[in-house]
Structures are given as structure tokens and as C-alpha cells.
Design a protein. Sequence first.
Length: 177
Amino acid sequence: MAIDIGISEKDRRKIADGLSRLLADSFVLYLKTHNFHWNVTGPQFNSLHNMFMTQYTEQWNALDVIAERIRALGFPAPGSFAAYAELSSIREETGVPNAQEMIRQLVAAQEAVARTAREAFRLADEADDQPSADVCTQRMDVHEKTAWMLRSLLEDGGDVAVAAAGKPGKKGKKSKK
Ligand SMILES: [Fe+2]
């Protein structure tokens, strides 16, 4: 039976293609994060091992939402490593990098998925497809927030310390006269 939801087939195809790229990026990020959960080592082991678990679990659940939106638009959802390798903008990790490099790779990958979601959002928005736009918005929010958290691990807190050190100077003004 033909689909008649008020979006042309041409537009549905365009959006489904955008969401397929988002699904591929999401799967590669999922796998990378689970890989790092297994293989991370070093003094930050416990916090990174657990943080990566939270992230890959959220990511795993998102795959289903994206894939099923593609199905609702009337197109098959890509579900093979071959398809993901072709569609994804993220390179998979085949070695075992150190913890810092893992975090760096995850920041870059989270940002890459955010960019892909933003592209898919534009396609959905142009075609008046609110549910797809909603999926993209939610994914952008998660990836940008997760990128911030991971990026924070790479900073030594020096800037914050300097800013905080500046404040006590104002203490003197406390006693006005
Ligand atoms: Fe585990």
C-alpha cells in the first residue's frame, strides 16, 4: 500500500538517506565506545570504563529510533557492516590506543555525529518532516553534550583555576568603607 503522509517520495528518500548516514555514524560511534569500554587502561580506568558504558548504552538505544524512523518513511534501514563502512563519516579503530587518545577519538566522533544529524535535520526541516527533525534535534543535543563532557577530560582545569584565583581579589572590596 502506498505511503501518504504528506511528504513526497522524493523528499522521503532524501530524508531517509540523511538518516541512514546518521544511523551509520551512530553505529560506528556505538562500536567505538563499546570497544574502548573493554580496552581502556590506566589510572582513570574505573571512571572511563563506567562512563563509556553509559555512553554506549544510550547510543545503542538511539540506533533503533533512527532505524525505525527510516522504515516509517518507507525505506529499508541499513544494517550491515558493509553499508555502515560506506555511509559513515567516522573511521573505526582497529588498534588499542591509550586512554587520552580514546577520549580524543570519542570527542571527534561525537562531533561528527552531531554534524551528520544537523545535515539530516536540514533535509527534514525543508520537507516539513517534524518527527525526523525531532529525532535529529535530540541526537544533536546528546552528542554535543557528550562531546563537551569528554572534551572536559582533556583539559587540566588551568583556566578555571586562574579564573577562580582572580575572584579572591574582590574580597577586599567586600568591606565598603
Ligand atoms: Fe561491560
